[in-house]
Write a protein that binds this ligand. Structure first.
Ligand code: ATP
Length: 404
């Protein structure tokens, strides 16, 4: 759109009417207090792309928290302020969420340290952002309502379909921007600009400094975009996996990831397992990323399972006797990674079977609860797996014979 009237009609088309009205009223209140207020971030980009987005982020040249409080006192709703950061979330009486922040400058004294922050103006606020396509602001003060501020050629890059950082140290300052860039590139089918691509590769080793939790979070976000495998491939081209783990994914890696997703196992830890398993010192590399008890158990079991003598033609009962204590996920991953089809079959069957007898049935026929219960139920599971017992009746008869 080249004029603000075009932009206004686009806002009317893409935003819920209540949100549009809210922005108009917010602009009037800003006028009253002589403050410049802007809509910024993803929603401005998405308006230009004709995409819906309901994240209302406002920046104020002035005190953001104070302005949010004024909005709530004039228009109702509640404020949650984080004074230390100059940010507030305003939840209107009709449950629209609006983030209001003070325009600020952030600069880094050294890579990896937290940025130093001070209040500033809109241009400075936009300059600290990740990619040009995310640096546009839309004015909402009445006289300028719908005007786009575009200091960094964001609209040009939207036309060129480019992901472009704003300055050469951007990825060094915050290497998670590499992941963010990949997400946007995939979501919009954009390419990294040449220089951005080079700088991402150069900065990939900096990802060693992000926490395990953060890496998980970034993988989850890729997954949530429905683009995990494509994303991991792009990250590979940006040298992320070799820099982080000294691994080179292969065609098998992508195949296994797809199988994993098809099986609806979408925990980011499994993706890392697929990436690392079998590489040199894979266990040492994976362990720091095991953040839950279950994930730690998975690593430990994956090591353990390789030491068990399992054969293609083993009866299911024999497999079960070796594997009953292993998590489904361990067996699934191992079967996938070592391409052991028969283990998938075993796992499938083990999940399908419901035992014909429960501990209560044993009590009913007069047995005393104790360790023998689990022995009996394990035997029954084995017999059901091998299809030697196919009905509850057969199970009861078997039990009677057992007791002799
Ligand atoms: P999405 O549609 O995925 O929500 P978004 O652009 O709204 O995309 P957010 O993560 O909500 O992304 O961030 C809001 C804005 O904050 C972004 O548009 C960007 O300008 C800025 N931003 C977010 N994360 C960073 C970062 N790591 N570095 C610089 N700017 C960032």
């Amino acid at each position: 759109p080249s004029s603000n009237s075009e932009m206004v009609s686009r806002m009317k088309a893409l935003l819920p009417p209540s949100t549009f009205e809210l922005l108009e009223k917010t602009g009037l209140i800003a006028d009253k207090y002589k403050l410049n207020v802007y809509l910024i971030g993803g929603i401005v980009r998405d308006l230009l792309l004709n995409r819906q987005n309901e994240d209302i982020d406002l920046v104020v040249e002035g005190d953001g928290v104070e302005f949010a409080k004024k909005l709530a006192s004039e228009l109702g709703g509640e404020i949650k302020a984080h004074d230390a950061f100059g940010t507030a979330t305003w939840t209107t009486s009709t449950s629209i969420k609006v983030d209001v922040v003070t325009c600020r400058t952030e600069y880094y004294e050294a890579p990896g340290l937290l940025p130093i922050v001070r209040a500033s103006n809109i241009r400075e606020d936009l300059r600290r952002r990740d990619f040009t396509i995310n640096t546009m602001a839309l004015r909402i003060n009445k006289q300028y309502f719908g005007d786009i501020l575009d200091y960094f050629q964001g609209q040009v890059d939207i036309k060129k379909k480019k992901i472009r950082i704003l300055h050469n140290l951007s990825f060094i300052e915050d290497p998670t921007r590499i992941f963010r860039g990949v997400r946007f590139a995939l979501r919009f089918s954009y390419q990294f600009a040449d220089q951005t691509n080079r700088l991402a590769k150069d900065a990939a080793p900096m990802l060693k400094h992000i926490s395990a939790l953060r890496l998980h979070r970034e993988l989850e976000l890729l997954m949530a975009e429905g683009q995990l495998v494509e994303g991991m491939k792009m990250l590979d081209q940006l040298h992320v996996w070799v820099s982080l783990f000294e691994v080179k994914p292969t065609l098998k890696t992508w195949k296994h990831l797809n199988q994993m997703i098809n099986a609806k196992l979408t925990d980011s830890f499994y993706f890392l397992t697929i990436l690392l398993y079998g590489s040199k010192k894979w266990k040492d590399k994976l362990t720091p990323y095991a953040l839950t008890a279950k994930q730690s158990k998975l690593v430990q079991q994956l090591v353990q399972i390789t030491t068990i003598d399992l054969k293609d033609n083993d009866m299911l009962s024999k497999l079960h006797t070796s594997l009953f204590s292993f998590l489904d996920e361990t067996i699934f991953l191992y079967a996938l990674l070592d391409e052991k089809e028969y283990l998938l079959k075993y796992l499938q069957k083990r999940k399908e079977i419901t035992l014909f007898l429960t501990g209560n049935d044993l009590i009913k026929i007069g047995m005393k609860p104790g360790p023998v219960f689990s022995t009996i139920l394990h035997q029954l599971m084995c017999l059901q797996l091998d299809e030697h017992i196919r009905t509850k009746e057969e199970a009861i008869n078997w039990l009677k014979n057992q007791r002799g």
